[in-house]
Design a protein around this ligand. Structure first.
Ligand SMILES: [Zn+2]
Length: 197
């Protein structure tokens, strides 16, 4: 029986690099992987791009109303040794449940990568269901400016931390929006308590 796994961490915790490395490792051992992401994340277009260079084509970009169990995709996943999902926080609950089905009933390991919480420190739909259903977890790490481990994603608009706004604004598409990984203490005091620095 295969596992559903969630590897989560804040922005800049090396998730893209970790997926590229995992895909490489499978293929080095003559295993086949397929790379999937939610179409909600528009960054990189058809590619998974890491900040430090390497990139790789994404084979399936899922719309909100699509599933890997749909006829058009099921043939693409059945011969694979693993399914790697990027930006998994953007999946719907149903899409996560379908990944669970694939791991348990089709016996294909599914490894999801993504954020735990949004800029308001609340679960995304996809990350909530992944925390509820996954067999295994791994927290990916990055460091806050103060030197402590970062666990939160703060949104900065025009240089100020904010707690209002739509959940999904992709940085890079909007010049005014930036995401900053923060530790609990910095997030609480600089963002949650609305002490804009
Ligand atoms: Zn800090």
């Amino acid at each position: 029986m295969a596992n559903l796994e969630y590897r989560y961490g804040p922005m800049n915790s090396g998730k893209s690099m970790a997926i590229l490395q995992m895909a490489y490792n499978y293929e080095e051992n003559d295993k086949k992987v397929i790379l999937v992401k939610s179409i909600t994340d528009t960054k990189g277009g058809d590619y998974l791009v890491s900040r430090i260079g390497p990139k790789r084509k994404i084979q399936i970009k899922l719309n909100k109303n699509e599933s890997l169990l749909d006829d058009k995709y099921v043939g693409m996943i059945e011969d694979k040794d693993a399914i790697l999902v990027d930006e998994a926080q953007f999946l719907t609950s149903k899409q996560v449940e379908d990944l669970w089905f694939i791991a348990k009933n089709k016996d294909i390991p599914v490894i999801c990568f993504g954020l735990k919480t949004n800029f308001k420190s609340e679960f995304f739909e996809g990350s909530k269901r992944l925390f509820e259903l996954s067999d295994k977890f791994k927290e990916l790490e990055t460091i806050c400016k103060c030197g402590t481990k970062a666990r939160f994603n703060a949104r900065k608009v025009n240089g100020n931390f904010i707690l209002e706004g739509k959940e999904n604004i992709i940085d890079g598409e909007n010049d005014n929006v930036q995401y900053v990984p923060l530790c609990g203490k910095c997030y609480l005091n600089k963002v949650f308590m609305k002490e804009n620095k």
